[in-house]
Ligand binder design. Structure first.
Ligand code: UTP
Length: 292
């Protein structure tokens, strides 16, 4: 199979858990320190060789389109005011040759429905596509989560999803797999269940927001009905794909923060701030003061 060059980033969700912040600002544009959450996932995708980012978005989230377009007035004003050092921040080299595609999801019918809208973006020779849920922020000093998936995909020529262990009480928030261990951290998916109860959960291994799926996923997406929460679930399409193809699941290196929740968002901000040479010294002092 040829390396993957396209990635879908579904960003049409309502971000209810972050109201009122998300009344006017897309959740994905909330900053972790000084960079919108979404940009971390975009950069992770570009770093594995993705050339086209397909955002599944909504008409209420035009700030995303603006963020990934040039802002010539701001560039001119920065140059005029001798603030050239910010030019790379607003127009990073890394993003310059990337194609950004925006598709509106008119009704929030679920992640599976959102992903299905990207089908026409695939060319004949695209074997598979990456999917990144920007809410999940992965930080690694070695390989990124998506890089681990891409390497596994190239080696095994089949779909692969990222997984991590979750606490029993949280299993009902995720797609949970029944794993057959192949080697350390690598599993064959035997079964997958969306949002299982503790009794139904086949393991404590839950799928997190990075996937590489063969293009047959689009046929599977056509075959599913609304599932958990009345939404079209990507997990149900993956379950359908399992009838005809092998799907692997792999652990990843580094940390994951669920920035779709307030707790995860604050933890990610603290983690990155405490890793930032400009911020960490004073921040540690402030934290000491606050907790004493
Ligand atoms: P979530 O359910 O976690 O995100 O969807 P949400 O709906 O924005 O958040 P809350 O629960 O209201 O606070 C997971 C991912 O799928 C996308 C979301 O944008 C998020 O990236 N999504 C979800 C869509 O693009 N469309 C949908 O219909 C549902």
């Amino acid at each position: 199979m040829k390396p993957i060059t396209k990635a879908i980033l579904p960003v049409a969700g309502l971000g209810t858990r972050f109201l009122p912040a998300t009344k006017a600002i897309p959740k994905e544009m909330l900053p972790i320190i000084d960079k919108p959450l979404l940009q971390y996932a975009v950069e992770e995708a570009i770093d594995i060789g993705i050339k086209e980012i397909i955002f599944i978005t909504s008409h209420t989230k035009r700030a995303i389109e603006k963020h990934f377009s040039a802002n010539l007035d701001l560039e001119a004003s920065l140059k005029k005011n001798g603030k050239e050092k910010y030019l790379e921040k607003i127009n990073p080299k890394k993003l310059q040759d990337i194609k950004f595609t925006f598709i509106d999801q008119h009704e929030q019918k679920g992640l599976g429905h959102a992903v299905s809208l990207a089908e026409n973006c695939l060319d004949e020779d695209d074997d598979a596509i990456a999917i990144l849920l920007p809410d999940d922020l992965f930080i690694s000093n070695t390989k990124s989560c998506l890089q681990v998936l891409a390497d596994t995909f190239i080696k095994n020529s089949c779909s692969v999803v990222a997984i991590n262990e979750v606490k029993e009480k949280d299993l009902s928030k995720y797609g949970v797999i029944n794993p057959e261990e192949i080697s350390d951290g690598l599993f064959k998916v035997k079964e997958i269940i969306e949002k299982p109860s503790i009794a139904e959960a086949p393991s404590n291994l839950a799928v997190c927001g990075r996937y590489i799926l063969t293009k047959s996923i689009f046929n599977s997406l056509k075959s599913i009905n609304p599932g958990a929460g009345g939404e079209y679930q990507l997990t149900d399409a993956i379950k359908d794909l399992l009838y005809s193809e092998t799907i692997l699941a792999t652990s990843y290196e580094g940390m994951k923060f669920d920035c779709g929740s307030k707790q995860g968002f604050v933890e990610a901000t603290m983690y990155l701030a405490l890793d930032d040479n400009e911020l960490k010294h004073d921040l540690k002092e402030s934290i000491k003061k606050i907790i004493t």
